[in-house]
Design a protein around this ligand. Structure first.
Ligand code: PEP
Ligand code: MG
Length: 874
């Protein structure tokens, strides 16, 4: 029989896959002797079994849960539902990867009409007991029974009104007792049955609800964003409750062993006396900085600091901990490696190496490649900022600069972005997991309530998104979609700007400028470069992008899409002339106009890359894309070409394709019009000769796109080689060049051994390879992929992360076949996947020589390549 339930005492840190992160850490903390309220973990396998059995928990698992419960009751010396000293538990999710706020939590479970009396007696605090019971009814209804909290909030408000008080804390025990009765009546009205009084029934319902929450929309969205597989499942932790709201000698808080914003080595966090954890996390009350605990209770503070050090030294990483003080006694409710900003991640990684705690390799693994994005994000333009007015200042919850139009809810944020393609700032009183979709599309997030550990702050930081939280001067009217601050009112669609690094909120759109990176960035990148085996190149089509790429550490250009050079205003006329040319002479005349422009382009690229390889991909898009569609434009071109409007119109019509993506593009163009390949070769080679004469060494790589048959490549290669060799010979310069191809058609992957006989390098064009392997149009797939995610047919977008099982299999096969035919074959990737960390890791694992990605993703790819080498040395 499988074991589905583990007491905290039975587990350890190594059992993360089975017990989830929270469960494994609770077990580890128990093992280390930290003060942890005891409990047990229902495993991730039990979650999978629940789904496999059609969303039911088997009798066997229930039996194991009750056995673990009995053992825990014994350990804690309390009993479920007891009238003297009842045992109460929290029920919380915990998957293998941390998913903050994505799934459900239930506190105070075990309270019923009998045990509430027991709790009142034991604590000598009836007010606390009834307050806990009413919170539990509310939470159980919301999380387990799908009854919105508002049903109860309404009763609470009415009670406060009747008593003439403002705060919940002003209600006394009797008021709360009456409120509990009202809540129970309400529950029965809404559910048609009484509130479950049997704590064991409550427990199984709650565990089921946590399993169910693994599949809620926000969890699914979060998983897709973070590539967390669905079949990992979540574990459920059932833990004895300790209470931070048992008077002024009790409290609760969240702390980080280092500053999660800056990485500075300082205890960082917040706490509240006489409160429960949810008050801190939901930002209902504004907490005090942890440093004040030192004056409030020095002995406790010292004990706390000691245990924080123990945990950090043990895990060798910055810890994020939840704690509760119950009547003067300190408990740790959880610990985990803390989420942190990119700046903090670099600082902590470097400090831990300097402190002798980690090796460079271990430290590199502490920095998430994707996170570097935030370092490369724009900041405000100082001049433009000078004319902006600071409306208010909140907490600097997540760094970066954001400007956008105000949206007051997630749905509107999504609609506004879709409608006018302008950035939005999501403005909320406080965020909750329901806002996740809005947070994803927003450029920045502003909340009126909540501290540095509130939902908005934690989630935004994780996303690397600018966030200002707890801007308490904001008066938000969600109904009328306005907010007022310092006498100014803003409505939906008005522009504001946020600085997530200072917490300042500005009254208008503020221009942003590119980010500059710190010395720490250089240090980490340097370490990554020492480790990685995979080269990183950039996709760049102009000298400017190439220079940015070079600055970010690109070791060459892996893809220059030459068609991007022809779309420019100054060139399009010559290009159009070339396409509609009635004969070869006319075409060559037009190409002769393009030649000097191309040559200058290539010289610029070679120079920007300072001798690194530059891969030039020959013209790829369907020709008709260049042709005019407006009547005026057609008339103008006809005049220029000395053609009649009708003749030109006919040429344009004849170039129309039903399915241009599978049409006359790539190598097929050169097959029809070899003059194009000839002109491009001349430009590539002449430019290389010129820069060689200026003292730069360059080996151009000529890349023929969309090849599916070796004879296509052979035909065009012949044109290229004849042209190139003649020019080189005449120049007297010793110039080497390579001719290779993209592998982006499945047939090319299947016949890679044949193709490698002609190609000196392969570059995987995974955009087209994904399109053609799946048979999904890369331009249209987004319209239906949503349904695929919803129905769990796909867990992630194959255009974003290499589909390792299908497309990846073709890549692997092509690499092996190619290298069998040509052992020194250079292998790269230049599809969008080249800057995606999981795809970079895959490319490392299958032995590619380089990845190529957009300039801003170069640092991400460098770090991802280092991670790949550390995890799987080659
Ligand atoms: C590709 O198909 O992956 C590729 C890089 O080429 P393009 O995106 O230009 O089609
Ligand atoms: Mg392509």
């Amino acid at each position: 029989m499988s074991k589905y339930v583990y007491l905290f005492k039975e587990g350890d840190q190594s059992m993360r896959n089975l017990l989830g992160g929270k469960g494994a850490n609770l077990a580890e903390m128990s093992r280390l002797g930290l003060p942890v309220p005891q409990g047990f973990t229902v495993t991730t396998e039990a979650c999978n079994a629940y789904y496999d059995a059609g969303k039911t928990i088997s009798d066997d698992i229930i039996k194991q849960i009750f056995e673990a419960l009995a053992a825990t009751e014994k350990e804690m010396g309390k009993k479920f539902g007891d009238s003297e000293e009842p045992f109460l538990v929290s029920v919380r999710s915990g998957s293998r990867a941390s998913m903050p706020g994505m799934m459900d939590t239930i506190l105070n479970l075990g309270l019923n009409n009998v045990s509430v009396e027991g709790l009142a007696k034991k604590t000598n605090n009836p007010r606390f007991a009834y307050d806990s019971y009413r919170r539990f009814i509310q939470m159980f209804s919301d999380v387990v029974m799908d009854i919105p909290k508002s049903n109860y909030e309404h009763l609470l408000e009415k009670m406060k009104e009747a008593k003439g008080v403002e705060a919940d804390t002003d209600l006394d025990a009797n008021d709360l007792k009456v409120l509990v009765d009202q809540f129970l009546v309400k529950y029965e009205q809404l559910k048609g049955q009484p509130f479950p009084q049997d704590p064991k029934e409550q427990l199984i319902e709650a565990i089921t609800a946590v399993f169910r929450s693994w599949d809620n929309p926000r969890a699914n969205t979060y998983r897709r964003l973070n590539q967390i597989p669905y079949d990992w499942g979540t574990a459920v932790n059932v833990q004895g409750m300790v209470f931070g709201n048992m008077g002024e000698d009790s409290g609760t808080g969240v702390a980080f062993s280092r500053n999660p914003s800056t990485g500075e080595k300082e205890l960082y966090g917040e706490y509240l006396f006489n409160a429960q954890g949810e008050d801190v996390v939901a930002g209902i009350r504004t907490p005090k900085p942890i440093a004040e605990l030192e004056t409030d209770n020095p002995a406790l503070y010292n004990e706390f600091v000691k245990l924080v050090d123990t945990l950090e030294n043990h895990y060798k990483d910055m810890q994020d901990m939840e704690f509760t003080i119950e009547q003067g006694k300190l408990y740790f409710l959880q610990t985990r490696n803390g989420k942190r900003t990119a700046q903090a991640a670099l600082q902590i990684a470097i400090d831990l190496v300097n402190e002798g705690v980690l090796t460079k390799e271990e430290a590199l693994l502490k920095v998430e490649p994707k996170q570097l994005d935030t370092l490369l994000h724009p900041q405000f333009d100082a001049d433009d900022l000078a004319s902006a007015e600071v409306l208010t200042t909140g907490l600097n919850a997540s760094p970066g600069a954001a400007t956008g139009r105000v949206a007051f809810d997630a749905d509107r944020a999504r609609e506004m972005v879709a409608e006018n393609k302008q950035p939005v700032i999501l403005v909320r009183v406080e965020t909750s997991p329901e806002d996740i979709e809005g947070m994803i599309v927003a450029s920045g997030i502003l909340t009126a309530r909540g501290g540095m550990t509130s939902h908005a702050a934690v989630v935004a930081r994780g996303m690397g998104k600018c966030c200002v939280s707890g801007a308490s001067q904001l008066r938000i009217d969600e109904e009328n979609k306005t907010f007022t601050v310092n006498g100014q009112t803003f409505k939906e669609g008005d522009w504001i700007s946020l600085d997530g690094s200072t917490g300042k909120v500005y009254n208008k759109q503020v221009k942003t400028v590119d980010a500059t990176v710190s010395g720490n960035f250089g240090t980490i990148m340097g370490w990554a470069d020492e480790v990685r085996k995979l080269d990183v190149r950039a996709n760049a089509d102009n000298p400017n992008d190439a220079s940015v790429a070079y600055e970010y550490g690109a070791q060459g250009i892996g893809l220059c899409r030459t068609e991007h050079m022809f779309f420019e205003e100054s060139r399009i006329a010559a290009m159009r002339e070339m396409i509609v040319a009635p004969n070869v002479e006319a075409r060559e005349k037009a190409l002769a106009k393009l030649l000097p422009m191309q040559r200058e382009d290539f010289k610029g690229l070679y120079k920007a890359m300072k001798g690194y390889a530059v891969t030039i991909r020959y013209l790829d898009p369907p020709l008709h894309e260049f042709l005019p569609t407006q009547k005026d434009d057609i008339e103008a071109l006809a005049k220029e070409m000395n053609m009649s409007f009708e003749d030109l119109h006919q040429v344009i019509e004849s170039l129309h394709e039903t399915n241009p993506m599978l049409g006359h593009r790539g190598v097929r163009l050169s097959v029809t019009y070899p003059e194009i390949a000839r002109m491009q070769t001349q430009a590539v080679i002449e430019a290389a000769i010129e820069v060689t004469k200026e003292g730069l060494t360059v080996v151009p790589e000529i890349m023929i796109p969309l090849v599916g048959e070796v004879r296509e490549l052979r035909t065009i290669k012949k044109v290229v080689v004849e042209t190139a060799d003649a020019i080189i010979k005449a120049s007297g310069v010793d110039l080497k060049y390579l001719v290779g191809t993209m592998i982006e058609i499945p047939r090319a992957a299947l016949l890679a051994d044949e193709i490698a006989k002609e190609a000196e390098f392969f570059s995987f064009g995974t955009n087209d390879l994904t399109q053609m392997t799946f048979g999904f149009s890369r331009d249209d797939a987004a319209t239906f992929l949503g349904d695929y995610y919803e129905q769990k047919i796909f867990e992630e977008d194959p255009f974003q992360h290499v589909d390792q099982r299908g497309v990846g299999k073709l890549m692997k096969m092509a690499s092996t076949l190619g290298r069998e035919a040509r052992p020194n074959l250079k292998l790269g990737i230049c599809g969008e996947h080249g800057g995606d960390p999981s795809s970079v890791e895959f490319c490392h694992n299958i032995g590619l020589s380089y990845v190529s990605c957009s300039p801003f993703r170069v640092p991400i790819a460098r770090l991802a390549a280092a991670h790949a080498q550390i995890k799987n040395p080659r």
